[in-house]
Write a protein that binds this ligand. Sequence first.
Ligand SMILES: [Zn+2]
Length: 117
Amino acid sequence: MTSEEKLRWKKCDECGFLQHKSHLRCLNCKNDKFTLMEASGECTLITFTILNAPPAEFRDKPSYALGVVEFENGIKGLGQITTQDNLKTGMRLKPVYQKICENLDGKEINAFVFEPI
Ligand SMILES: [Zn+2]
């Protein structure tokens, strides 16, 4: 796996607050020193929705499920779920890194999707 294939979040060195790596300063205490944390293991489905009008990149699918998950170490992720059937919050999922679509230029896009265990 290359580094792009891992879900990483920043943990604040000052207060321990966990946040998405796009933030430059801690949302809790404004500190700018972090330790990168990697999502590991299985995750739990926190919430999900079924998109019935997917963006153009996903034109090969009439609809798909999009969920927010939380890993055992507190990291959260957003991604497609591999099925739309029998989804319920609190269920266990595992992350799978795979092709999710081709963009409008025909380039393959890979991302994490979540598969019920
Ligand atoms: Zn902080």
